[in-house]
Design a protein. Structure first.
Length: 470
């Protein structure tokens, strides 16, 4: 399918899809008027073709145009679709699949890093200790890995919710109903951006947590990083997609300021003054076990950021809209970011509420609390203190709670990654083997390498021996 400009009698009607036969079915050569080439080696995914095509006076039949929505008659009359946004369906599907990929790639990285960290031992915890301590028992290691594990669970439940929303949206679109289009489009755009950024950072952090062995090609991290990095730029550049979400948020924020009712998750934007005047009522460590405190904190932050950004955008009406947007761009991206984090927390909480198994619900609640508090401590505490939503005592409680939860969840870390149910042949690394036999299998991998099949280097006679004989 070639996406190209549709021009009839000199009038342009936008971009549309056309089926084009590229190669002969007889000999595989390019069809007349078509030149095809490859774009060459890439950072990763070199099993996937990326190429270029040139068309020179190529003609195709009218019926090769994809005309489910927009149509061109035999007489050359163009009929536009009921709504131009109907073409967004394919874009949204691509973004939803990338959201799921972010969760799945992070799962693989966390399985390897957590299992290896439970096997790897370094230094004795005390003078009379017989064994060295597992590196996963060190607080710094827990702080690097356990929150990533929580974020991976949050990404998983968010991906499930987005897949469900996309399925409902496609059913609506088949009935020419685009009621949920804007919400699904803007939400998937923002989540695609921030989850792919998060995932590539998680792969690198997981690699570093495996020490020097993480740099080995046998760790699976180098190939995962190289293959995954493209997600941050294909299907839309992340910074541009984040601005799409921000634009949607600002429009709905303005509607809410004028008293209009909003739908679905966006209802949190209603009653802005009450939200901005609220303050956290989580005054003890145990208060944070109540997920409602987290939801209220994320709601306040997103509304506070939108309110501050909207005030900045309204400060100088003499500037053109493009200039105002550019002056506030980093703030707008921040609004989109914390809206997406809030949505992920919302999806996580809803998944917990649906869980009927009490022991599983309890551990998922711990994961959810750490997901929420870690992001506050690492990413947004300065905003909460600037807006006086937390005082310094509450901020200190959050830091303490994060450390405590990292220690508590560490006891369940291996079962929690085992629950992702990735078999060894998918992980393809000795470092993350389920049986824990890391070093024996790692050494077996290394011994099979081609450079270990010879005793004397091929350059010994020409380079090394002459130096020894001087």
């Amino acid at each position: 399918v070639v996406y190209a400009r549709l021009i009839i009698d000199g009038i342009e009607y936008g971009i549309h899809g056309f089926i084009v036969q590229l190669r002969s079915l007889e000999n595989g050569k390019p069809m007349p008027g078509i030149k095809i080439g490859d774009c060459g080696a890439k950072m990763g995914r070199n099993g996937l073709d990326n190429g270029w095509i040139q068309f020179c006076h190529l003609r195709i039949p009218r019926e090769n145009m994809l005309m489910r929505w927009a149509q061109v008659s035999l007489e050359g009359k163009f009929t536009k679709p009921p709504k131009a946004q109907m073409s967004y369906g394919a874009l949204i599907q691509g973004r939803v699949s990338i959201i799921r990929d972010a969760a799945d790639y992070a799962k693989k990285a966390l399985i390897i890093a957590v299992r290896y960290s439970a096997i790897r031992r370094q230094f004795h915890a005390s003078d009379d200790a017989i064994q060295e301590q597992q590196v996963l028992d060190y607080q710094t290691h827990q702080y690097r890995l356990i929150p990533l594990l929580c974020q991976t669970y949050a990404a998983h439940f968010t991906a499930l919710e987005m897949e469900s929303q996309f399925k409902n949206f496609m059913a609506e679109m088949n009935q020419s109903n685009l009621y949920s289009l804007k919400v699904v489009h803007s939400t998937s755009a923002g989540l695609k951006a921030f989850l792919t950024w998060w995932c590539i950072e998680s792969i690198e952090q997981a690699r570093q947590c495996c020490g020097g062995h993480g740099y080995s090609a046998y760790s699976a991290f180098p190939s995962a990083h190289a293959d995954y990095a493209v997600n941050c730029t294909w299907e839309g550049d992340n910074t541009v997609l984040a601005q799409q979400t921000a634009r949607f948020l600002i429009k709905n924020f303005v509607k809410a300021k004028h008293g209009k009712k909003l739908d679905g998750f966006l209802r949190y934007l209603e009653d802005i003054p009450s939200t901005l005047n609220s303050r956290s009522k989580a005054n003890s460590l145990s208060d944070w076990d109540n997920l409602e405190h987290l939801l209220l904190a994320y709601k306040w932050l997103t509304v506070w950021l939108l309110d501050r950004t909207y005030d900045r955008m309204s400060a100088d009406s003499s500037l053109p809209q493009s200039a105002i947007w550019n002056e506030c761009m980093t703030d707008l991206v921040s609004c989109a970011k914390y809206h997406c984090y809030f949505y992920m927390l919302h999806c996580f909480v809803e998944a917990i509420q649906k869980c009927k198994d009490e022991p599983i619900r309890n551990i998922l609640t711990k994961l959810c609390v750490l997901f929420g508090l870690y992001n506050i401590e690492k990413e947004s505490m300065r905003f909460y203190l600037q807006g006086s939503y937390f005082d310094t005592t509450q901020a200190n409680h959050i830091t303490t709670k994060v450390r405590t939860l990292c220690r508590d969840i560490r006891r369940e870390a291996v079962p929690l990654v085992d629950a992702f149910n990735y078999p060894d042949f998918i992980l393809r690394t000795p470092l993350g083997r389920k049986d824990g036999e890391v070093y024996q299998n790692y050494f077996a991998f290394v011994k099979q390498a081609s450079e270990n099949q010879i005793d004397v280097p091929p350059y010994y006679d020409s380079l090394i021996k002459p130096l020894l004989q001087k």
